[in-house]
Ligand binder design. Structure first.
Ligand SMILES: NC(=O)c1ccc[n+]([C@@H]2O[C@H](COP(=O)([O-])OP(=O)(O)OC[C@H]3O[C@@H](n4cnc5c(N)ncnc54)[C@H](OP(=O)(O)O)[C@@H]3O)[C@@H](O)[C@H]2O)c1
Length: 276
């Protein structure tokens, strides 16, 4: 069986790729940059050049593929992959039978396309990734022993990206997940302060939580290069997070038969990233 993994060089896709390889599946990784991808993908993965924003580049990548893992937004700013309905149509025409799609909280055109496609499909809707902690907090934890954050009481049921990938792999390989929309969270909703405490305990290092005012937080994000729309989004996500972002759900355990991993477990796995 051959599975095409979009985002295979990214946070979730790397885990999907590893889990499929462990189960003896032939993995084809879709990437915009095959040269760069070579160094990031495990042995045995076949690399297929293609760009989801340019569906005409995908013909070769889709040949001989039974199932596909798809993402719906790019890591480029404001580049939602609204070409996904075209990608679904191309996949169907190429004979792909099953699609598992990583989506955001809100339904979009890809969901409609899947429902109309007659293919087997599963939607994966994760809460905030635990891995975001690396981008947001790692540097100051490592270099200065603190986290500077806005709105310390903001709640999030962060999920381990390996758990997102495990659910996606299950849906790619096993029956019984067709026409399911899986909202996924970690096992607990923690405030930002609590999350920092959990990381500190897991890595064995004191980490101070410095609470920023709204103006200080906005300036910090601007200094990091974010545009005003992103800055406003971050403020709203802190002050009025969507309920789905902090409401703990049992879905991971229901699908995998084991509990979702905690932030403490995630931090212990990534201990070295915060210490060296
Ligand atoms: N971070 C969160 O808290 C969160 C929460 C919910 C949902 N999500 C969504 O989860 C998805 C996956 O995120 P991630 O963190 O695993 O990815 P990531 O680490 O940001 O990496 C992006 C991946 O997408 C691929 N990609 C981007 N644009 C592409 C394009 N036009 N054509 C083909 N491939 C493209 C990249 O491949 P190449 O660079 O090799 O081409 C890379 O593998 C994203 O859509 C994100 O919006 C994130």
């Amino acid at each position: 069986m051959s599975i095409l993994v979009a985002g295979a060089t990214g946070t979730v896709g790397q885990h999907v790729t590893e889990l499929l390889l462990q189960r003896g599946i032939s993995v084809r990784a879709l990437t915009r940059n095959p040269e760069r991808a070579k160094g990031r993908l495990p042995e045995g993965v076949k690399i297929a050049a293609g760009d989801l924003m340019k569906p005409e580049t995908l013909d070769e990548a889709l040949q001989g593929i039974e199932a596909m893992f798809l993402i719906t937004s790019s890591d480029e700013p404001d580049a939602d992959l609204n070409t996904d309905p075209q990608v679904i149509a191309l996949a169907k025409a190429a004979g792909v039978k099953r699609v598992v799609v990583l989506v955001g909280y809100e339904e979009g055109p890809v969901e409609e396309a899947l429902r109309a496609s007659g293919m087997q499909w599963t939607l994966i809707k994760p809460a905030e990734f635990m891995a975001n902690v690396l981008a947001d907090w790692r540097q100051t934890i490592r270099e200065e022993g603190f986290v500077r954050e806005f709105y310390g009481q903001a709640l999030s049921a962060r999920i381990h990206e390996g758990d997102i990938a495990a659910v996606a792999s299950e849906a790619l390989l096993e029956d019984g997940h067709h026409e399911q929309s899986y909202s996924l969270t970690g096992p607990e909703a923690l405030t930002r302060r609590e999350a920092v405490l959990a990381i500190a305990a897991a890595i064995g290092k004191d980490i101070a939580f410095i609470e920023l005012t709204e103006d200080e937080a906005k300036q910090q994000w601007r200094d990091q290069g974010y545009d005003e729309a992103s800055v406003e989004f971050f403020v709203q996500m802190a002050k009025n997070p969507p309920e789905a972002g902090y409401t703990v759900l049992p879905t991971v355990e229901q699908v995998l038969g084991r509990p979702a991993r905690s932030l403490a477990e995630w931090a212990a796995e990534h201990k070295q990233a915060f210490l060296t």
